[in-house]
Design a protein around this ligand. Structure first.
Ligand code: PHE
Length: 357
């Protein structure tokens, strides 16, 4: 009996899996198992012999059964551990490669421009896209007969018949925000006003809705020199180059005097735009010293205050910086285009981390 015990305890301890364990159970305590056969021998024994051998055999059978049960549990535990190790999952990983949305180049460039001017002390102002012709024209020194009104291809808003008030317009530029800001806060002022503007025009470089950013700085002693410096700083930061050359071309806007259109030196070698070098000039904005009549119309005393203003096409500088050839595609909502030209959602532009990286 001791031999049997030793043999099966050792075999059970060494069993590799549940199937091997089941074989051992059948071999030892199954109907025809070794221990069961021994139990059958009890019948042939004398009552005295049986009294000694019976309990011993029963105890052995119990011992083998509990060894089998313990081993079975141990094997099940080990199997579970193994499975857990094999099926381990990092629940912090993304669920699966989901195609994420992207930031539209217009939004990206607006953020870039805002970040640069914020660094120069300009805050962001806003105005309505549907505005009165007072704010869009008259207050900006563009009277009703002025050719600039016709040039702007204005969209007029429909009014109920019988209403004799002048029609509202979809603003043709962001300049009305100059007036609204001066009225609201008075001088001194340092703001930019990015936003949508509208003109009835449509070709490769014009869409009926596009974006401008207005700049306005009013103080006691602001001059064209300040304008030039601010624009140079802006252009360097925006195009991410160390040197730029600006050219101020005399121009005319009713709301600035003097007025200048600003070009930047560039080259188009190999169809690739390079800013800061070359023999070409690229017009990027209109600007000038705010006309005294405009200050006056907005309730700012022109004898005390003066300043500069500029207006720049956001779509245009986005096309230039990111090599996007057709403006109309900006507003087609074509997913392939958006995936190609879009920006990662969490890369907020700032001057220290890099604008466009
Ligand atoms: N509003 C002008 C335009 O849309 C741009 C401009 C703004 C010019 C401010 C001078 C000063 O063309």
């Amino acid at each position: 009996m001791d031999d049997l015990r030793e043999k099966y305890i050792a075999l059970i301890a060494g069993a590799g899996d549940e199937a091997a364990l089941e074989d051992l159970r059948v071999q030892a305590v199954g109907k025809k198992g070794e221990i069961s056969l021994q139990m059958r021998e009890l019948g042939k024994m004398t009552p005295e012999e049986r009294q000694v051998a019976g309990p011993k055999l029963n105890a052995l059978k119990d011992e083998i059964n509990s060894a089998l049960a313990a081993k079975k549990e141990a094997l099940a535990d080990a199997a579970l551990d193994e499975r857990l190790r094999g099926e381990w999952l990092d629940v912090t990983l993304p669920v699966r490669p989901v195609r994420q949305g992207s930031i539209h180049p217009i939004s990206q460039v607006t953020e870039e421009v805002t970040a640069i001017f914020a660094e120069l002390g300009f805050s962001v102002a806003e105005g309505p896209q549907v505005d009165s012709d007072w704010y869009n024209f008259d207050a900006l020194n563009i009277p009703g007969h002025h050719p600039a009104r016709a040039e702007m291809d204005t969209f007029y808003m429909h009014r109920a018949t019988g209403d004799n008030r002048p029609p509202h317009v979809l603003r043709t530029h962001t300049s009305p925000v100059q007036i609204r800001t001066m009225e609201k806060t008075g001088a001194p002022i340092r703001i930019i006003a990015p936003g949508r503007v509208y003109r009835a025009d449509y070709d490769q470089t014009h869409t009926p809705m596009f974006h401008q950013v207005e700049g306005l700085a009013i103080d006691k002693d602001i001059s064209m020199a300040n304008l030039k410096w601010v624009l140079e700083e802006f252009v360097k930061a925006y195009f991410e180059v160390d040197e730029v050359e600006l050219r101020f071309r005399a121009s005319h806007f009713p709301f600035t005097e003097p007025s200048a259109e600003v070009d930047i030196r560039c080259s188009w070698e190999g169809g690739q735009l390079k800013v800061g070098e070359g023999d070409d000039w690229l017009e990027i904005l209109g600007s000038g010293m705010v006309h005294p009549k405009v200050l006056q119309n907005a309730g700012v005393d022109p004898n005390e205050w003066q300043g500069f203003a500029f207006g720049m096409g956001i779509d245009r500088i986005a096309m230039l910086k990111y090599g996007i050839p057709d403006l109309r595609a900006f507003f087609d909502s074509d997913l392939r285009w958006l995936r190609h030209y879009g920006f990662a959602a969490l890369d907020t532009p700032n001057l220290h981390g890099g604008l466009s990286r």
